[in-house]
Design a protein around this ligand. Sequence first.
Ligand SMILES: Cn1cnc2c(O)nc(N)nc21
Length: 264
Amino acid sequence: MGILNITPDSFYDGAHFLTHDAALKRAMQMVDEGVDLIDIGGESTRPGAPAVPLNEELERVLPIIKALRDVGVPLSIDTHKPEVMRAALAEGADLINDIWGLRQPGALELVQQSACGLCVMHMSGTPQTMQRAPSYQDVVAEVAAFLHVRIAELEAAGIARSRISVDPGFGFGKTLEHNYTLLAHLAQLAPADVPLLIGLSRKSMLGAVIDRPASERAAASIAGAICAAERGAHGIRGKVGELPITPDFVLRLGYVAGKVLAGA
Ligand SMILES: Cn1cnc2c(O)nc(N)nc21
Protein backbone atom coordinates (compact mmCIF):
# COMPACT_ATOMS: atom_id res chain seq x y z
CA MET A 1 0.00 0.00 0.00
CA GLY A 2 1.81 3.13 -1.23
CA ILE A 3 1.30 6.24 0.91
CA LEU A 4 0.20 9.42 -0.86
CA ASN A 5 -0.31 12.18 1.71
CA ILE A 6 -1.82 15.35 0.26
CA THR A 7 -1.15 17.24 3.47
CA PRO A 8 1.16 20.15 4.32
CA ASP A 9 1.96 18.77 7.77
CA SER A 10 2.38 15.03 7.28
CA PHE A 11 5.48 14.09 9.21
CA TYR A 12 7.49 13.10 6.14
CA ASP A 13 5.96 14.70 3.07
CA GLY A 14 5.82 17.86 5.09
CA ALA A 15 9.13 18.88 3.52
CA HIS A 16 6.95 20.45 0.85
CA PHE A 17 3.24 20.63 0.22
CA LEU A 18 2.50 18.06 -2.43
CA THR A 19 1.18 19.95 -5.44
CA HIS A 20 -1.23 18.13 -7.69
CA ASP A 21 1.47 17.36 -10.25
CA ALA A 22 3.96 16.31 -7.57
CA ALA A 23 1.35 13.99 -6.10
CA LEU A 24 0.67 12.39 -9.48
CA LYS A 25 4.39 12.03 -10.15
CA ARG A 26 4.87 10.29 -6.82
CA ALA A 27 1.90 8.03 -7.49
CA MET A 28 3.36 6.98 -10.84
CA GLN A 29 6.69 6.28 -9.11
CA MET A 30 4.89 3.91 -6.76
CA VAL A 31 3.03 2.24 -9.63
CA ASP A 32 6.37 1.72 -11.40
CA GLU A 33 7.76 0.20 -8.18
CA GLY A 34 4.90 -2.29 -8.22
CA VAL A 35 2.65 -1.24 -5.34
CA ASP A 36 -0.67 -3.09 -5.14
CA LEU A 37 -2.65 -0.12 -3.85
CA ILE A 38 -2.25 3.64 -3.41
CA ASP A 39 -3.56 5.15 -0.16
CA ILE A 40 -4.61 8.77 -0.58
CA GLY A 41 -4.97 10.94 2.52
CA GLY A 42 -5.91 14.60 2.91
CA GLU A 43 -5.57 14.89 6.69
CA SER A 44 -2.39 14.04 8.58
CA THR A 45 -2.95 11.40 11.26
CA ARG A 46 0.34 11.86 13.08
CA PRO A 47 0.08 12.51 16.83
CA GLY A 48 -1.16 16.03 17.57
CA ALA A 49 -2.06 16.80 13.95
CA PRO A 50 -4.71 19.50 13.57
CA ALA A 51 -8.11 18.48 12.21
CA VAL A 52 -8.76 19.42 8.57
CA PRO A 53 -12.16 20.93 7.61
CA LEU A 54 -14.34 18.69 5.44
CA ASN A 55 -14.26 20.88 2.33
CA GLU A 56 -10.49 21.28 2.46
CA GLU A 57 -10.01 17.52 2.78
CA LEU A 58 -12.33 16.97 -0.19
CA GLU A 59 -10.47 19.57 -2.26
CA ARG A 60 -7.20 17.80 -1.53
CA VAL A 61 -8.14 14.20 -2.27
CA LEU A 62 -10.88 14.20 -4.95
CA PRO A 63 -8.78 15.66 -7.80
CA ILE A 64 -6.04 13.12 -7.06
CA ILE A 65 -8.46 10.18 -6.98
CA LYS A 66 -10.00 11.38 -10.26
CA ALA A 67 -6.55 11.69 -11.87
CA LEU A 68 -5.41 8.26 -10.62
CA ARG A 69 -8.54 6.14 -10.91
CA ASP A 70 -7.48 4.75 -14.30
CA VAL A 71 -3.82 4.35 -13.37
CA GLY A 72 -4.17 0.59 -13.08
CA VAL A 73 -3.97 0.00 -9.31
CA PRO A 74 -6.77 0.16 -6.75
CA LEU A 75 -6.99 3.33 -4.68
CA SER A 76 -7.80 3.61 -0.99
CA ILE A 77 -9.01 6.70 0.80
CA ASP A 78 -7.42 7.39 4.17
CA THR A 79 -10.15 9.21 6.06
CA HIS A 80 -12.53 8.87 8.99
CA LYS A 81 -15.19 11.27 7.64
CA PRO A 82 -18.19 9.50 6.03
CA GLU A 83 -18.68 12.42 3.62
CA VAL A 84 -15.13 12.02 2.35
CA MET A 85 -15.60 8.25 2.12
CA ARG A 86 -18.76 8.69 0.06
CA ALA A 87 -17.24 11.26 -2.30
CA ALA A 88 -14.02 9.27 -2.71
CA LEU A 89 -15.91 6.07 -3.56
CA ALA A 90 -18.04 7.99 -6.06
CA GLU A 91 -14.83 9.35 -7.64
CA GLY A 92 -13.39 5.84 -8.02
CA ALA A 93 -11.74 4.79 -4.74
CA ASP A 94 -11.88 1.06 -4.07
CA LEU A 95 -11.08 0.77 -0.34
CA ILE A 96 -11.62 2.80 2.81
CA ASN A 97 -8.67 3.00 5.18
CA ASP A 98 -10.09 4.36 8.44
CA ILE A 99 -7.79 4.85 11.43
CA TRP A 100 -10.98 5.12 13.54
CA GLY A 101 -12.13 1.65 12.44
CA LEU A 102 -15.43 3.08 11.12
CA ARG A 103 -16.43 4.27 14.59
CA GLN A 104 -17.25 7.87 13.61
CA PRO A 105 -21.02 8.61 13.27
CA GLY A 106 -22.29 7.69 9.82
CA ALA A 107 -19.27 5.63 8.75
CA LEU A 108 -20.88 2.23 9.34
CA GLU A 109 -24.07 3.20 7.49
CA LEU A 110 -22.00 4.46 4.55
CA VAL A 111 -20.07 1.21 4.35
CA GLN A 112 -23.28 -0.82 4.58
CA GLN A 113 -24.45 0.96 1.41
CA SER A 114 -21.28 0.24 -0.55
CA ALA A 115 -19.23 -2.76 -1.62
CA CYS A 116 -15.75 -1.32 -1.15
CA GLY A 117 -12.84 -2.93 0.64
CA LEU A 118 -12.11 -1.89 4.21
CA CYS A 119 -9.11 -1.54 6.47
CA VAL A 120 -10.09 -1.30 10.14
CA MET A 121 -7.27 -0.06 12.37
CA HIS A 122 -6.80 -0.11 16.13
CA MET A 123 -6.29 3.28 17.76
CA SER A 124 -6.44 4.10 21.47
CA GLY A 125 -7.69 7.67 21.99
CA THR A 126 -7.59 10.27 19.21
CA PRO A 127 -4.68 11.57 17.07
CA GLN A 128 -4.71 14.63 19.31
CA THR A 129 -4.50 12.68 22.60
CA MET A 130 -3.34 9.13 21.89
CA GLN A 131 0.32 9.50 22.76
CA ARG A 132 -0.16 11.25 26.08
CA ALA A 133 0.01 8.13 28.30
CA PRO A 134 -0.75 4.91 26.39
CA SER A 135 -1.29 1.98 28.78
CA TYR A 136 -2.52 -1.61 28.45
CA GLN A 137 -2.71 -4.64 30.75
CA ASP A 138 -1.71 -6.81 27.76
CA VAL A 139 -1.30 -4.84 24.53
CA VAL A 140 -1.36 -7.91 22.27
CA ALA A 141 -4.51 -9.34 23.87
CA GLU A 142 -6.26 -5.97 23.92
CA VAL A 143 -5.47 -4.99 20.33
CA ALA A 144 -6.38 -8.51 19.15
CA ALA A 145 -9.66 -8.33 21.08
CA PHE A 146 -10.51 -4.94 19.56
CA LEU A 147 -9.86 -6.22 16.02
CA HIS A 148 -11.83 -9.45 16.53
CA VAL A 149 -14.77 -7.60 18.10
CA ARG A 150 -14.75 -4.95 15.36
CA ILE A 151 -14.83 -7.66 12.67
CA ALA A 152 -17.78 -9.33 14.45
CA GLU A 153 -19.60 -5.98 14.77
CA LEU A 154 -19.13 -5.22 11.07
CA GLU A 155 -20.34 -8.69 10.10
CA ALA A 156 -23.35 -8.29 12.41
CA ALA A 157 -24.06 -5.04 10.53
CA GLY A 158 -24.23 -7.04 7.31
CA ILE A 159 -20.74 -6.28 6.03
CA ALA A 160 -19.13 -9.27 4.32
CA ARG A 161 -16.05 -10.57 6.12
CA SER A 162 -14.30 -10.83 2.76
CA ARG A 163 -14.32 -6.99 2.52
CA ILE A 164 -12.44 -6.55 5.79
CA SER A 165 -8.74 -6.21 6.57
CA VAL A 166 -7.36 -5.12 9.93
CA ASP A 167 -4.36 -3.22 11.20
CA PRO A 168 -2.80 -2.91 14.71
CA GLY A 169 -2.14 0.82 14.24
CA PHE A 170 1.56 1.20 15.08
CA GLY A 171 1.99 4.52 16.82
CA PHE A 172 -1.73 5.10 17.45
CA GLY A 173 -1.89 5.13 21.24
CA LYS A 174 1.16 2.93 21.84
CA THR A 175 4.52 3.37 23.56
CA LEU A 176 7.71 2.21 21.88
CA GLU A 177 7.49 -1.03 23.87
CA HIS A 178 3.86 -1.56 22.90
CA ASN A 179 4.75 -1.14 19.22
CA TYR A 180 7.57 -3.69 19.28
CA THR A 181 5.54 -6.13 21.38
CA LEU A 182 2.80 -5.93 18.74
CA LEU A 183 5.35 -6.37 15.95
CA ALA A 184 6.71 -9.49 17.68
CA HIS A 185 3.22 -10.99 18.05
CA LEU A 186 1.55 -9.97 14.78
CA ALA A 187 0.42 -13.55 14.18
CA GLN A 188 -1.87 -13.37 17.23
CA LEU A 189 -3.73 -10.18 16.25
CA ALA A 190 -6.17 -11.19 13.53
CA PRO A 191 -8.21 -14.24 12.51
CA ALA A 192 -6.36 -16.38 9.97
CA ASP A 193 -8.87 -15.53 7.22
CA VAL A 194 -8.68 -11.73 7.63
CA PRO A 195 -5.75 -9.93 5.95
CA LEU A 196 -3.46 -8.03 8.29
CA LEU A 197 -2.09 -4.68 7.10
CA ILE A 198 0.68 -2.85 8.95
CA GLY A 199 2.16 0.61 8.65
CA LEU A 200 5.43 1.52 10.32
CA SER A 201 7.08 3.51 7.53
CA ARG A 202 9.35 6.21 8.93
CA LYS A 203 7.50 6.20 12.24
CA SER A 204 8.96 7.20 15.57
CA MET A 205 9.16 3.53 16.63
CA LEU A 206 11.96 3.30 14.07
CA GLY A 207 13.43 6.71 14.80
CA ALA A 208 13.76 5.78 18.49
CA VAL A 209 15.95 2.79 17.55
CA ILE A 210 18.19 4.30 14.85
CA ASP A 211 18.12 7.91 16.12
CA ARG A 212 17.52 9.35 12.65
CA PRO A 213 14.98 11.90 11.40
CA ALA A 214 12.01 10.68 9.34
CA SER A 215 13.79 11.52 6.08
CA GLU A 216 16.56 9.01 6.94
CA ARG A 217 14.40 6.04 7.96
CA ALA A 218 13.88 4.31 4.58
CA ALA A 219 16.20 1.37 5.35
CA ALA A 220 14.68 0.97 8.81
CA SER A 221 11.22 1.08 7.23
CA ILE A 222 12.16 -1.76 4.87
CA ALA A 223 13.72 -3.77 7.72
CA GLY A 224 10.58 -3.30 9.81
CA ALA A 225 8.41 -4.27 6.87
CA ILE A 226 10.41 -7.47 6.33
CA CYS A 227 10.06 -8.34 10.03
CA ALA A 228 6.32 -7.77 9.73
CA ALA A 229 6.08 -9.81 6.53
CA GLU A 230 7.96 -12.68 8.18
CA ARG A 231 5.58 -12.50 11.15
CA GLY A 232 2.49 -12.78 9.02
CA ALA A 233 1.55 -9.31 7.74
CA HIS A 234 -0.25 -9.55 4.39
CA GLY A 235 -0.02 -5.86 3.54
CA ILE A 236 2.62 -3.22 4.14
CA ARG A 237 1.85 0.51 4.06
CA GLY A 238 4.93 2.41 2.97
CA LYS A 239 6.52 5.27 1.08
CA VAL A 240 8.12 5.50 -2.35
CA GLY A 241 11.32 3.45 -2.40
CA GLU A 242 10.21 1.08 0.36
CA LEU A 243 7.82 -1.19 -1.53
CA PRO A 244 6.82 -3.76 -2.60
CA ILE A 245 7.78 -6.09 0.20
CA THR A 246 6.79 -9.21 -1.70
CA PRO A 247 7.38 -12.73 -0.33
CA ASP A 248 10.01 -13.16 -3.04
CA PHE A 249 11.71 -9.92 -1.96
CA VAL A 250 11.77 -11.13 1.66
CA LEU A 251 13.16 -14.53 0.63
CA ARG A 252 15.83 -13.00 -1.58
CA LEU A 253 16.86 -10.46 1.03
CA GLY A 254 16.79 -13.14 3.73
CA TYR A 255 19.01 -15.35 1.58
CA VAL A 256 21.52 -12.55 1.02
CA ALA A 257 21.45 -11.55 4.68
CA GLY A 258 22.04 -15.17 5.66
CA LYS A 259 25.05 -15.38 3.35
CA VAL A 260 26.46 -12.13 4.70
CA LEU A 261 25.94 -13.20 8.30
CA ALA A 262 27.51 -16.59 7.55
CA GLY A 263 30.52 -14.71 6.27
CA ALA A 264 30.15 -16.55 2.95
C1 LIG B 1 -3.22 6.67 7.68
N1 LIG B 1 -2.28 5.82 8.42
C2 LIG B 1 -1.18 6.25 9.09
N2 LIG B 1 -0.56 5.19 9.66
C3 LIG B 1 -1.30 4.08 9.35
C4 LIG B 1 -1.18 2.70 9.66
O1 LIG B 1 -0.16 2.25 10.41
N3 LIG B 1 -2.11 1.86 9.18
C5 LIG B 1 -3.14 2.31 8.42
N4 LIG B 1 -4.05 1.38 7.97
N5 LIG B 1 -3.30 3.61 8.09
C6 LIG B 1 -2.39 4.48 8.56
